[in-house]
Design a protein around this ligand. Sequence first.
Ligand code: PEP
Ligand code: MN
Length: 348
Amino acid sequence: MIISMRLHATREEIDQVRKQVEHFGYKVHSIEGEERVVIGVVGVGDVTACMESVEAMPQVEKVVRISAPYKFVSKEFRPGRTRIRVNGSEIGGGEFVVMAGPCSVESEQQIMRAAEGVARAGAKILRGGAYKPRTSPYDFQGMEVEGLKLLQKAKKATGLAIITEVMGDRDVEVVAEYADIMQVGARNMQNFVLLKALGKCGRPVLLKRGMSGTIKELLMSAEYIVAHGNPDVILCERGIRTFETETRNTCDIAAIPALHELTHLPVILDPSHATGKRSLVPALSRAGVAIGADGLLVEVHPAPEKAISDGAQSLDLGQFDKMMRELKPYIELWRDSRKSESAPLAAR
Ligand code: PEP
Ligand code: MN
């Protein structure tokens, strides 16, 4: 349930509402806003009685029951967009943010070349896995802490922020020491122990959609992170598994506007894992911009033919630079549409 207070409600009036809610056995989870305060309430109990009682209080403007199983990530809870600031960029606002870099951190030379190349082309965030979820236990599992240190070095040299995957709850602390954004991979979308730990990690989280995860399940997983204390969650469509074999995964492009209708969280597209083929990445990236994604997560390698993982879907630096130049006019249109969205009605 969400309680909207009247404009300029006082601290005492808010406290009275809190007491009333607690009297019915519910818990106030969050209080947001300054001029107009919105109170998020969770729990189990006689919801109708509680709503009627709170609605009767003079300081309360409106009480809304949230029917979706996810609450804090829903549009009903926050009608606007959540903007997440990372190292001078803002994801979910008026800027289309590109995150790029290799699938895995492989060596100092590789990550430094990748970082310099993607920064020059206009990316703001460097990706690179130090902990890798691999289908085979015999494949390269990542450089772990050594890899995190190389990412830090690349950040220092280029000013790029870092996004890197965290695979287990025991690694949250060490990854948070080096990462600006914690990536949860598709295979971990429903690792609830990890999601709960990320609620307390103090860093934004990029949550990838599971290979067979529905949109509702993705939102429920995001709800875990937010309900455990971290409001900064970015969702990522990276393709789902279907009967189609021509592409590595099937990109559910409609999931992006569908998510934007349901949630205030930013939604980005990973065109690399969604296709598995570098030749398809530029076209899908254009589609991501056109459909209103908040950004992209793209695999780029200085020498894709030598990549230890995901070489076939990685762009080289020249191809990435070309793609970024070709995306420019689309991003201009994207920016205009974001601007008109936030302009007051009379000015349109
Ligand atoms: C990755 O980003 O390299 C990765 C492992 O992606 P996903 O979890 O989407 O498969
Ligand atoms: Mn990869």
